[in-house]
Design a protein around this ligand. Structure first.
Ligand code: GEK
Length: 243
């Protein structure tokens, strides 16, 4: 499958805009889509090795929940400085998992990667020093989020961390400007007004952002001892929650 296509999925007027799904059409253009739609995505990936080296301990496991084509999985695999690590990469889109499997087949890292096609709400987490959820929690039903965060907390070793990146909801007074800047970012990456607006409609009921405060409150509620925003670009943030 060709994974390097240009994202033109919303470039033609659609009579009916259906809810966004991670299907074959999306997978073909996914790398281009996420880079042109999520400000800071490249920086997050570039900083991941620093975080991996800080938190990952010998003999532990790393999880990439909502791994898509394995960008974070591969970044983890290639930045490890300790031995006996197992990486578990999970995604519930069969097309995404198939594509990730192809990426992994071309990679020569020696750390084992277990690739699982499942709902992350059913994944068990165990002996983890680092769990990465890079823009995935936002697609989980809000009612299921507390149990998932609790499972991650329980499966982390003391001193381990959850890296949680999300699109966020801003307070009314900030929302207009930041949304305008995000849309300007998309325009500067070649998306038209039509593409921006049709994609917005497709994601409306599927990508459900929360405020930073809601994320922090939930993370502290399950027991994390510290939660910090280590990266933000417009309405996209990444938090580190340490057990
Ligand atoms: C990256 N982390 O490149 N269970 C498992 N996977 C899920 C679920 C679920 N319930 N819901 C959605 N997904 C990646 C990017 S993309 C973010 C993550 C985006 C998966 C879904 O199939 C998709 O692959 C991923 O979560 C979200 O760093 O497209 O904005």
């Amino acid at each position: 499958m060709n994974h390097s296509g240009e994202d033109k999925l919303y470039s033609i007027t659609m009579e009916k805009i259906t809810d966004f799904v991670f299907d074959d059409k999306v997978i073909r253009v996914f790398a281009d889509m996420i880079r042109r739609s999520v400000p800071g995505y490249g920086t997050l990936l570039a900083m991941l090795p620093v975080i991996v080296r800080h938190f990952v301990t010998p003999g532990s496991q790393c999880y990439d929940l909502g791994c898509s084509q394995g960008a974070c999985t591969l970044a983890i695999r290639h930045s490890l400085l300790v031995n006996n690590i197992n990486i578990i990469a999970v995604d519930n889109s069969p097309a995404m998992v198939a594509s990730c499997r192809e990426q992994l087949a071309q990679d020569h890292g020696s750390t084992p990667v277990e690739l699982v096609c499942d709902d992350i709400c059913h994944t068990s987490v165990d002996n983890a020093s680092l769990v990465v959820m890079n823009f995935t929690l936002q697609f989980i039903e809000p009612v299921a989020r507390p149990a998932l965060i609790k499972t991650i907390y329980n499966g982390l070793n003391d001193g381990g961390a959850l890296l949680l990146s999300e699109k966020i909801q801003l307070a009314d007074q900030d929302s207009k400007l930041i949304t305008e800047l995000h849309e300007a970012f998309k325009r500067s990456n070649g998306y038209s007004e039509l593409e921006i607006s049709q994609k917005r409609t497709a994601l409306e009921k599927v990508l459900l952002p929360e405020t930073i405060e809601q994320h922090k409150q939930r993370l502290y509620m399950v027991g994390f001892s510290s939660v910090v925003v280590w990266f933000q670009c417009f309405n996209f943030v990444s938090l580190l929650a340490v057990k």
